[in-house]
Write a protein that binds this ligand. Sequence first.
Ligand code: NAD
Length: 481
Amino acid sequence: MIFGATGDLAKRKLFPSLYRLFDKDKLGDFAVIGVARRSLTNEEFKASVAKSVHSEADVNGKKDEFVSKFYYHSHDVTDSDSYSSLNTLAEELDSRYNLNGNRVFYLAMAPEFFGTIAEHLKTDGLTDTHGFKRLVIEKPFGHDLESAKKLNSQIRTAFTEDEIYRIDHYLGKEMVQNIEVIRFANAIFEPLWNSRFISNIQITSSETLGVEERGRYYEKSGALRDMVQNHMLQMVSLLAMEPPINLTTDEVRSEKVRVFRALRPIKGNEVNDFFVRGQYGKGVITENEVPGYREEDMVDQESNTETFVAGKLLIDNFRWAGVPFYIRTGKRMEVKTTKIVVEFKDIPMDLYNRQEGSVRPNLLVIHIQPEEGITLYLNAKKAGQDMNSTPVKLSYANKGIDGLNTPEAYEKLIYDCLRGDATNFTHWDEVALSWSFVDNISEVWENEKEQNFPNYESGSMGPKASDALLEKDGFFWWPVT
Ligand code: NAD
């Protein structure tokens, strides 16, 4: 059951992902009930599903069969009455399609409804099924620790922790999943993956788009809650975790949780030393003039909301003591990219060019999106008589190798959920610890209005203070353009 089946996420991501899984024979027996408020007939709904998979290839001629398995239930989720008719429809489809009572409830709706829906699923008997029952829940999971706890206790009345799949779609991205493999399957990296050999790690996730139509949501959220609490901290945890004893859900998650536990809390006066906030002003993106954040729809003209965050994180454990993890994320930046740069420490002495800085530090760059791949920067001999060194670049591009598009994050995550594999979803402990980290920062920022907003031009890489954050430590952001 997809709650919010007429929404943007369902149309752009969920239906196409389900179709690709179906086309690859990965769905087995299934039927989908789309639930939303609008009154639609089954036929109208099927037509909208067909439209959203319109651009997908249909080499196996399976589109019509796919669309035939979709049904619609018009239902206001705050209205108790229609849950029982939803249950009747589910039971009918269960026997028609031999579904063995297995149910996945996907909440692709505004977060204020998550708790209510979960409670109704229980009280109106939808979770009372003889097969498995799973709840997939979109971000944001709460607004802060307190609201996240409240939401969690609501959904826990109907589902156990093992049955809850909290989506962080970054965890479905091919190269985010590759972080573990690069680290744990290569003898040349893992021995160096610590404070003795790594000087710092930089994670950038930048967008060129502004807030678009999401002004109302974004005003209450900001970049810290929208990106840092989930995606950025999840990438930090994968980069920093200890090797798990095996790849089971419990082992991987418990290593990630240990990273969150070791993350040094940044509070009160320290916040503005460790974190930088920004808000975009007007500027030029790909030769088009764009407005500043405060001029966007549904945004307060004196908004204090940050559209950019840079921060320095420290992980207080044996492996990472003293190694800064720098993160930055923002809207309306110069490029759309997500990249991780691992900077290794300098060699003790430069025998070759004998000028400071002439031998570059080794870098491992993990390209998450839009390109997917890895680049390793080394120093090698410059061709010619002298023994001078020159930087060389070893690159691996994921897409170039097999010519196939890697599956989209949602396709992988939906498939994982259907198989009952929650490894790439966030556990409650991760959510709670990351909210406690972020709450300390938002508390300071909400109480102290930033006087300099807007403080970066659209089309730039963020405010100057973001560069200064690294300069204080003798580092700089490696270019990601
Ligand atoms: P949307 O506004 O496009 O769709 C909302 C859906 O909820 C519609 O189908 C609407 O009919 C339904 N709805 C609203 N009120 C209802 C009610 N009272 N009863 C029944 N149905 C009701 O939202 P969206 O962009 O699809 O986002 C859905 C969720 O996914 C949100 O939590 C969002 O944060 C998350 N999300 C969306 C995207 C995205 O790309 N759109 C990306 C990541 C996360």
